[in-house]
Design a protein around this ligand. Structure first.
Ligand code: RB5
Length: 148
C-alpha cells in the first residue's frame, strides 16, 4: 500500500456493529478518507459473514486498501474475513495492538466489537490502524509469507 496517498477504506457491519460503524465512517470521511459502506444499512439482525465476505473481497481484489468490519465482538467478522485469500483480519480492542498489527502483520482488515469497545476508543484504534504503515522488515515479510 502506498502510504503517501490516503488508503481507500471499505467498511461493513452487522446489527451488533451498525452504530459504531457509522461513527467511525463519519469520522474517517471527516478526515478526508474515501470510505465505502458495504452494509448492513440498518439495525435489523443479519448474518455477519455476508458483510465480512463483501469487504474482504473488495480489499483482496485491490479495489480498497484497507477494511474495517464491526460486529458485536469483532471475532466473528475476523474469523469469516480470514477465510478469504489475501486477507489478514485482526480483532483489536487496544491502541498498541492496532499499531502492532499494521507494523508486524500487515493486517489489512481491522475488526472491532460494537458491544465491547466504546466509540472514542474505537475511533482512536481506527485512526492508528489506517495511519500506520507496514514496517516492511524482512522478518515480518518472511513470517507473513508463512501464513498460508
Ligand atoms: C450477533 O449477535 C453476534 O453474534 C455478532 O455480532 C458477533 O459478535 C459475532 O462474532
Amino acid at each position: 500500500m502506498n502510504q503517501t496517498k490516503l488508503p481507500r477504506i471499505a467498511m461493513g457491519s452487522d446489527h451488533g456493529g451498525y452504530d459504531l460503524k457509522l461513527e467511525i465512517l463519519n469520522h474517517l470521511r471527516e478526515r478526508g478518507f474515501t470510505v465505502e459502506d458495504f452494509g448492513s444499512h440498518n439495525r435489523e439482525s443479519v448474518d455477519y459473514p455476508i458483510y465480512a465476505k463483501k469487504v474482504g473481497e473488495a480489499v483482496a481484489d485491490g479495489t480498497f486498501d484497507l477494511g474495517i468490519l464491526v460486529c458485536g465482538t469483532g471475532i466473528g467478522m475476523s474469523l469469516a474475513a480470514n477465510k478469504i485469500d489475501g486477507i489478514r483480519a485482526a480483532a483489536v480492542s487496544d491502541c498498541f495492538t492496532a499499531k502492532a498489527t499494521r507494523e508486524h502483520n500487515d493486517a489489512n482488515i481491522l475488526c472491532l466489537g460494537g458491544r465491547t469497545v466504546g466509540a472514542e476508543l474505537a475511533m482512536m484504534i481506527a485512526d492508528i490502524f489506517v495511519d500506520t504503515p507496514f514496517s516492511g522488515d524482512e522478518r515480518h515479510v518472511r513470517r507473513i509469507s508463512m501464513y498460508s
